[in-house]
Each structure stands twice: as C-alpha cells, then as structure tokens.
Design a protein around this ligand. Structure first.
Ligand SMILES: C[S@@+](CC[C@H](N)C(=O)[O-])C[C@H]1O[C@@H](n2cnc3c(N)ncnc32)[C@H](O)[C@@H]1O
Length: 312
C-alpha cells in the first residue's frame, strides 16, 4: 500500500501568552497568514477516567501553524507586540500517521491459538490453517488490536475459562474493536454482546465483525455478535460471563452494573487494573459486589482477574 508523499508545514511554538490576550494574538497570527492556532492544553486526570479535565492556566502555550514559512520580520513584529512571549519556529513533516503505523503492524500470535492479522494483509505461513483462529482487525480509531497487555490478559482468561466450561452467553463491556467478543464467539459462545460508550469504537467493532464474517470459512462462527448502542446501565439481561477490559478507575465506577449483568454462578473477567493498585482494587471490588476472586495474573504493569458470583 503506498503512503501519501510527506509534505512540510511550519509550527510556531509560543510560550507564556497571557490568556486575556489570546483572541488578539490569534487575530494577529491569522493576519500573518497562519492556517491555524491551537492551545497546547494541559490536563489533569484525577480519577483515572478516560476523559481528563482541561486545566485553565492564566498563562498559556500555543501552536500556530503555517503552510509556508512566516518571514523573520513578521516574527519580530509579533515578538514586539507581545514582549512576554517566547517563540520558536519549527519546520515539520506532514505524515499520514495511520499509514505509517500500518507499515509497522504485522500479523502476530495473539493468545494461543488465535492470531491477529491486520485487515490489509493475508495470514502468514506460520499462522494456523484453521480460519477460525485468525482474527482480522482494522483498527480505525478504537482500542483493541490485540497488542496491548490488558487485551492479551483478558483473552487468555476467556480462552481458559471456555476451555473448562461451555458458556451460552457473554457480555464484553468496553469492546473496542470487538476482538474479545470475537474470541468468545469463535470458541462457541452462541450469544455474544459487545458494548462501548464510544460511538467510534462501536462503529469500528461492527466493521471488524463484518470483515471477519466476510473472511471466515464458516461465517456461522462469527455472525451473531451484537453491538447495540447501549451503556452497561441499559443492559437488562444477565450473562454467563461478563468481560470488562477498562481502566480500574472506570471498573470501580461501573462495578454494581457489571455485577448486575452477571448470572448467579457466572464468571467475570476484569482487565486494565494497574498492579500498583491491584490489592486495593480487588479488595474494594469484591467487597462491593460480593464476587469471589478466583485467579489473578499480571503482565508488565497490568493485572487481570477471574471472579465468580455465588449461585442464587
Ligand atoms: C482498554 S479498551 C479495551 C478494548 C478491547 N476490549 C480490548 O480488550 O482490547 C477500553 C474500552 O472501554 C471503553 N469504555 C470506557 N469506559 C466505558 C464505559 N463506562 N462503558 C463502556 N465502555 C467503556 C473505551 O471506549 C474503550 O473502547
């Protein structure tokens, strides 16, 4: 696949502008021929949710973008109009980041026996000949190409759990590209539902699942995964297995909803827990839900676990 030729643009880094001067400053930049002005935002992420808060500082940093290099005279003029700022002009290359990333993304053994194969490639010779063990992914904007430790941990626990006991239904909360839902379906779970609060992830998951149906030898092993436009609060059904690979801060926020969607006697697989906080996290989660921690494992700085709900 060919990538677009790289082209150049210019970025003026501006440090220390008084926020009250932001509008006037932007107007001056556009008058100088700028194509865009963007604040270099500062974030805080107090409770580990995915949406950090923006901090409004009295003094801000900006990036001003130009298609052609602004002249030295214009830069001197800007500096004299706003004497407190520090500026630096950088020449940068425009790249098609998705194409760049695609070049480095190869097929790999994801969680035995499954291989992940990028949608734009054919399975390599060493990949399994059973087409059910090939998971195609088109990453789009969603998380879940199988390269992350948390996804592999969750997949390993799903594969082992389904190896011990057949399950009729599974809910994948925070499905991303749908890769874990697909693993469950390929291992024979008849009723698989994936939900995600990010509409872009739901779109990617649906596309990925269609792609896998189209490429499967036996589409029956792939069809039937549902990706409804629902949050966990809207799920009324109870499932044999509930999987959630989401950062621990979010798992804590939705712990009662996760528990509510699990059948009595059912099993829950949690991933995305940072090892630094795992003891506290699992202690709080099990105390709040009454689930029993059966197994815990780690990969790098991430921890995942298998839990069980008592029979009714
Ligand atoms: C770490 S990714 C996991 C993706 C995929 N399941 C995997 O294992 O690779 C977490 C996903 O959870 C979603 N998410 C975050 N908070 C959520 C919530 N409260 N309810 C549902 N999905 C959520 C995110 O949009 C993201 O797609």
């Amino acid at each position: 696949m060919s990538s677009k030729p790289a082209s150049q643009y210019f970025r003026l880094k501006v440090l220390g502008l008084d926020r009250s001067l932001e509008d006037d400053f932007s107007t001056s930049c556009f008058a100088m021929g700028a194509a865009g002005v963007a604040e270099d935002l500062k974030f805080v992420q107090a409770d580990l949710r995915y949406d950090p808060d923006v901090v409004e500082t009295p003094v801000l940093d900006l990036n001003v973008f130009f298609e052609t290099s602004p002249s030295e005279d214009l830069l001197l003029q800007l500096q004299s109009e706003y004497p407190k700022i520090r500026i630096e002009l950088l020449s940068e290359e425009n790249r098609d980041w998705l194409e760049e990333w695609k070049k480095g993304f190869k097929a790999f053994l994801f969680a035995k026996p499954f291989w992940v194969v990028p949608s734009w490639l054919k399975p390599p010779a060493e990949a399994p000949s059973n087409p059910d063990h090939i998971l195609y992914v088109e990453p789009g904007m969603a998380f879940g190409t199988g390269t992350h430790e948390t996804t592999r941990l969750a997949a390993g626990l799903i594969i082992e759990e389904l190896g011990r006991k057949v399950a009729g239904s599974l809910l994948d909360v925070g499905t991303g590209t749908g890769v874990l839902a697909l693993v469950a379906r390929r291992l024979g779970v008849q009723h698989v539902v994936g939900i995600d609060n990010d509409p872009e992830a739901r779109r990617t998951a649906r596309e990925n699942l269609e792609l896998n149906v189209a490429r499967a030898k036996d589409p029956a092993n792939t069809v039937g995964i549902e990706i409804p436009d629902k949050n966990v609060e809207d799920i009324e059904e109870q499932f044999d297995i509930v999987v959630a690979n989401i950062i621990d801060g979010v798992l804590t926020i939705i712990q009662h909803e996760l528990n509510r969607t699990l059948k009595p006697g059912g099993r829950m697989i949690l991933s995305g827990v940072l090892t630094d906080r795992e003891s506290e996290f699992y202690a709080n989660f099990t105390a709040a839900t009454g689930l029993k921690l059966l197994e815990k494992r780690t990969d790098g700085e991430w921890s995942a676990a298998l839990l069980e709900k008592a029979q009714g």
